[in-house]
Design a protein around this ligand. Structure first.
Ligand code: 7TS
Length: 414
């Protein structure tokens, strides 16, 4: 990977770091606009995993042999990289999981199951991905907690004026999405955290769509927990993380029980390992964790602010171009509030799956569907949308090609 000088940020140069862009799809150069689902992987991440398996592969925290020691150091180092990346004070505050979904489940079981009681309340928003809805419904059914929901206005922003009415001393957790995977809206999480703290609630941020795109500092936000998925930030699949305040994690019960998460075991009782291993039972995804560390290195080398600025430029460009056509209906983006590069839209008279199918014929990858956010979709009175989502390697020319294809779609189907 070439060291990028911030002033010569060039997506075409960045694209060269990603082997997938050498391939053709349906005879065309790949245009990848499905980054909210997962991102492509740079050569450095692929090489790092390859190198790990070729030279170091061994189990961690087991034995004294050289390979095991090297693997342990590399895996711990990856936790440190993630901690620095999001401003955590200590790397022991970073727990590796499989993905954001598993992270939220770990917190629902490890914290919620033991700390919440009948009558306690959890506040979410209608913008949540299913992974930040269903675990709380599980706790509602098991423990009798109540789930309150903050709505969205017709501009695609949270109805913040309703927030104080939904918070009380019964609210034990506010669990909110940072950036919407449907609308692109970036929620004012610092302000919401401050409000939540006034009633003594803990705050969990689902940062799956923000950590890869926006500079994040957990201490500046003031949150208690934050979760994300490695595969949405150029890392491999099967690795994600939780940030948790050390005192809360220390106080929490484990989620999974067995090897590596223990300090001492007898046939009658066991004690738990230190952080973060208390929450990483069994042999973890060592190569995945190390690969995530390489992804963080790559992102830091480009600079998160550069990534954000580039995506912001693409977003403004795409919104302007798409709004020239009255047969393209865009959801959200109706105010000047902060957004990430996600645009959900429909083409009049054409099913979003047909839109995605025709774009694919031109080598353009987009997602169509409910985006695992059915309550939000229902609130917006629709079942499915097509969605384009940007990352650092996308260009304005790709947006032009996408819009040209949408015109053909409209002509053929509409
Ligand atoms: N939270 C948000 C905000 C998400 O967008 C997603 C995945 C998740 C959590 C879950 O991530 P996972 O890695 O555990 O699956 N969102 C999407 C999407 O928009 N299209 O595909 C996956």
């Amino acid at each position: 990977m070439e060291k990028l000088i911030k002033s010569v940020f060039d997506p075409q140069l960045i694209k060269k770091d990603f082997p997938v862009f050498k391939r053709q799809v349906n005879g065309k150069s790949l245009i990848y606009l499905d980054n909210a689902a997962t991102t492509q992987k740079p050569e450095s991440v692929i090489n790092c995993i390859d190198n790990y398996y070729r030279k170091h592969n061994s189990n961690i925290h087991r034995g004294v042999h050289t390979l095991s020691y090297e693997s342990t150091v590399m895996y711990e180092e990856a936790h440190k990289k993630v901690a620095d990346f999001i401003g955590a004070k200590d790397w022991k505050e970073i727990i590796f999981t499989r993905n954001a979904t598993e992270s939220i489940n770990l917190l629902a079981y490890g914290w919620g199951l033991h700390r919440l009681q009948e009558g306690d309340e959890v506040l979410i928003t209608i913008m949540e991905h299913h992974s930040n809805i269903v675990p709380w419904q599980m706790l509602r059914d098991l423990k009798g907690i109540k789930i309150n929901v903050l709505g969205v206005d017709n501009k695609g922003n949270l109805k913040l004026d309703e927030l104080p009415g939904l918070l009380s001393e019964k609210t034990k957790l506010v669990s909110i999405i940072h950036a919407s995977n449907v609308l692109g809206t970036v929620n004012p999480i610092k302000q919401i955290t401050q409000e939540a703290k006034k009633v003594g609630a803990l705050v969990l941020i689902d940062a799956a769509q923000s950590v890869p795109h926006i500079p994040i500092d957990v201490n500046e936000i003031g949150c208690d927990f934050l979760v994300a998925s490695g595969h949405k930030m150029m890392g491999p699949t099967g690795i994600g993380f939780i940030y948790g305040r050390q005192n809360l994690l220390e106080d929490m019960d484990p989620f999974m029980y067995g090897g590596d998460m223990i300090e001492k075991v007898t046939l009658t009782e066991s004690t738990w390992n230190e952080l973060p291993w208390k929450f990483e039972a069994g042999t973890p995804n060592i190569a995945g964790g190390i690969g995530l560390g390489a992804a963080v290195d790559y992102l830091e080398n480009i600079g998160l602010q550069n990534i954000y600025n580039h995506e912001e430029e693409l977003l403004r460009y795409a919104l302007e171009k798409m709004s020239e056509f009255d047969w393209i209906n865009i959801y959200g983006h109706k105010s000047d509030s902060e957004s990430v590069g996600v645009i959900s839209f429909n083409v009049d008279g054409v099913h979003p799956h047909d839109v995605a199918g025709m774009l694919d014929e031109q080598g353009i990858a987009v997602r169509s569907g409910h985006h695992c956010a059915q309550p939000l979709m229902h609130d917006l009175s629709m079942d499915y949308t097509a969605r384009i989502s940007f990352y650092v390697y996308n260009t304005k020319e790709e947006i032009d090609l996408c819009i040209e294809t949408l015109k053909k779609v409209k002509k053929l189907f509409g």
